[in-house]
Design a protein around this ligand. Sequence first.
Ligand code: NOJ
Length: 552
Amino acid sequence: MSHTILDDSNAEGEWWKKTTAYHVYVRSFYDSNGDGIGDIQGIIEKLDYLHDLGYETIWVSPFTQSPQKDFGYDISDYLSISPEYGDMPLFEKLVEEVHRRNMKLIFDLVLNHTSSEHSWFTESASSRDNPKADWYIWKDGKGRKGLRPPNNWRAMAGNKAWTYHPQRKQFYYTAFLPFQPDLNYHNPEVKQAMFDVIRFWLNKGVDGFRLDIISAIYEDSELRSNPLSLRLTPSDKSLSIFFQHLKNNFLHEKSFEFATELRRVVDEFDNPKRVLIGESHGDESLIRRFCHNDGQRGLHAVFLFKAISTPFKAEKYREMLMTFEKHFPEPLIPTLVFSNHDRTRVISRLGGSIEKAKLLALFQFTCRGIPFTYFGDEIGIPRVRIPLKHGKDAIAIQHKWVPQFLVDRSSEILNRDECRTPMLWNERLSAGFCEDSAEPWLPVADSFREINVEKQISEPQSLLNFYRKIIRLRNRTPTLHVGSLEIVHNLCDRKILAYRRIYKGEKHMVLLNISHQQVKNPLNKPALLSTHPPSPAHRLQPFEGRIINESH
Ligand code: NOJ
């Protein structure tokens, strides 16, 4: 029987290999003190909800001191908590409460840049010869007056990558937005300062980190211009934007070495072991280098963003799985991304279809890798349209000149507020996110009376209850979390994506009918779990997914 199989990932303490992770955007999850902003106490109060669903890890978005221009991804002090979210004793309580439930806690480590309000930057900017003068990437401008940027680099957010600083009469570089100056990792002091930050949090019991834009950590030391490319807009498949290939400021050779150094630091803490997951964009053949070949020296996993933009079609998903399996064979862990705090909500990409959302969840929780889901996807919170001109998000503010009709046509969001609207807990005003008298920091989805946690808990066929079933099944079935994966090519109809998970002789077949048609079930056996209510075993309903234990 499956439950008697010894699960090696646990035996070695490599808990991340079997875990399921829930991404909490702290500002939008639950407001415990009536200021309209989610907070750490709010997370503590909702831990039982996550635990009951079966999640074993939470990833919390940044909560340390910050001017909040990029809602915490612009850090002004790495070692203290932003007062709107709580304080250090409360954070320590969160760690304790998470661990008391046998869960793990990871959070965002923003290594690449600080806020321009960080004291390191203020000092660095104050002169060319202060002790931190070389902590950021400074360079003289070109031209007679030195007012032209040092090279042609563009930032990931599409803006210019260089900002002139009048005090130093030099430019500083930013991989993201102008108020997020990049640290200079060629300087060993910067590295040591960050390693100390890491140790500080690991000593507090944090179980690991999601490494924000790790691909941008190093740049060419000679700051050479980038080669030109034909691509204008960003894509999950290439590292080109605004007609240039980001060759010299992204995925630099030294960034891969840096991953090894980071690993050494977290490996100083091995009881329990800690984990590093990189946010990295670019081709799989390159970003796998963050993990080396054995998964023992670099990062434990990197996010694979191609999953977001791959059309939800059997053929495309099959190709995607093949690519991921090719570049991330065992013991590497392909970690697929379907949603996060920067991208369009899953359900909206799937045209609002609950059926498809269940099928996608079945896929994500049964293929190899660490399933990370974004808060609210388990109930199907939709994209909430918020015009650019009302955007609080720094990207929206930067692009407020873009005509709204163009934005409306795009399936990808430009105003990230649209995927950060508050969690929908119940039918009360503000969907129970905050007290009735408080104003939530972003509007709640209009549909909150139909879509909320309380309602879905009471409906057996709800998306939420499906999440609970699939997560729990995965948790208790080693084959589904550590088994190897074999794509089944010629067993059946091409509209069915079929793969097998195999572990110690036990085999589970996963069949996903990614089509509008009923199809013949190639494996006429009862399902362990289906996305649909019971129907004849020999047919798969449109958009039905099933898991079948082949060993019995
Ligand atoms: C990626 C994060 O996901 C995003 O929210 C943030 O704005 C940028 N990195 C900059 O830190």
